[in-house]
Design a protein around this ligand. Structure first.
Ligand code: AMP
Ligand code: FE
Ligand code: FE
Ligand code: ZN
Length: 290
């Protein structure tokens, strides 16, 4: 059995979290967690550091990623676990997404700079090298410049998808995403499927098509899913044989989400590990094996 409690959705500075992978693993230990998955947006660049940190922190690390996909105007996030990080399709597709995100962030900043004192350098100053750039880094620059109080305030105003400065970026469809994760030996789970706003809920029939393609589970217990949304998702799990996961979506200081605020049952993680064949060797067992 794995170390519990288990939190399968966290971010580091490799994307829009505020802690390095090492700090994140230590925070997980301090929060009393037994296992975390590192799931930076569209990048596996933090895996090695997190795995190294796991050994001394006494926390197990499951290698993961949160893949960006587009379904019409909606941005849909697919969590991917235990896939081969060198899989050719994954490598080229995530590079394409990250590049598209970079150019999209430049377009957003260009628009904002017409109305606010904000430069591209201000945004770069808020991100480390090779980071998967996103609106959170633009938010941090807006905070630094004194235009908004914090990230959340930025997302409710200037960076809101209906706020007048929003731009889209390239991403595959959810179905393409699920298929490419499975082809790389990974395990796909739909992230916060009942969240609102830009992350609109997919219909039951779309989720069925993802289940038919091999979707493993739905992230039912996530703070952005409403109580009714969770009931709806649990119904889909029962109907289509999907597993229910729970996680914090921790972003360090970047979001109010706290490590371990939602967790996943050890039996579900065991099934996930049995399914994932792409990076079993990267599972870091932070404490002596049981
Ligand atoms: P992007 O992927 O660039 O469109 O930005 C979306 C990211 O911003 C998501 O991954 C969230 O983690 C983050 N985000 C969304 N809403 C908020 C918020 N209210 N406060 C802080 N971060 C947020
Ligand atoms: Fe994020
Ligand atoms: Fe997400
Ligand atoms: Zn996330």
């Amino acid at each position: 059995m794995r170390n519990t409690p288990i939190d399968l959705h966290t971010h580091s500075v490799v994307s829009d979290g505020t802690e390095t992978p090492t700090q994140l693993v230590r925070s997980a230990a301090n929060a009393g967690l037994g296992t975390i998955a590192l799931t930076d947006h569209d990048s596996t660049a933090g895996w090695q550091e997190a795995i190294t940190a796991a050994a001394t922190a006494g926390v197990s690390v499951i290698p993961g990623m949160e893949l960006s996909t587009n379904y019409g105007p909606a941005s849909v996030h697919v969590l991917a676990y235990l896939f081969d990080p060198l899989d050719r399709t994954i490598v080229t597709e995530t590079a394409r997404i990250r590049d598209g995100r970079l150019r999209r962030a430049e377009r957003i900043v260009e628009k904002i700079s017409l109305d606010y004192d904000l430069s591209w350098d201000d945004v770069l100053a808020e991100s480390s090298d090779g980071t998967t750039l996103g609106r959170p880094h633009i938010a941090d620059a807006l905070v630094r410049k004194g235009h908004v109080a914090n990230r959340s305030a930025a997302f409710e105003s200037i960076l809101h998808w209906q706020g007048g400065y929003y731009e889209k970026y390239y991403a595959p469809s959810p179905l393409e995403g699920v298929k490419m994760i499975i082809a790389a030996g990974g395990v796909p789970v739909l992230a916060h499927p009942a969240a609102h706003g830009k992350y609109r809920q997919l219909t039951g029939s779309v989720i069925k098509s993802l289940a038919d393609a091999g979707l493993f589970g739905l992230e039912v217990n996530h703070r952005d899913n409403s109580p009714e949304g969770r009931e709806f998702l649990l119904g889909l799990c029962a109907k289509y044989g999907l597993e229910a996961t729970g996680a914090s979506d921790y972003h360090g200081m970047g979001k109010p989400n706290r490590l371990g605020e939602n967790t996943t049952e050890p039996e579900v993680l065991e099934k996930m590990i049995a399914r994932g064949t792409g990076s079993q060797a990267f599972i870091a067992n932070g404490t002596p094996a049981e």
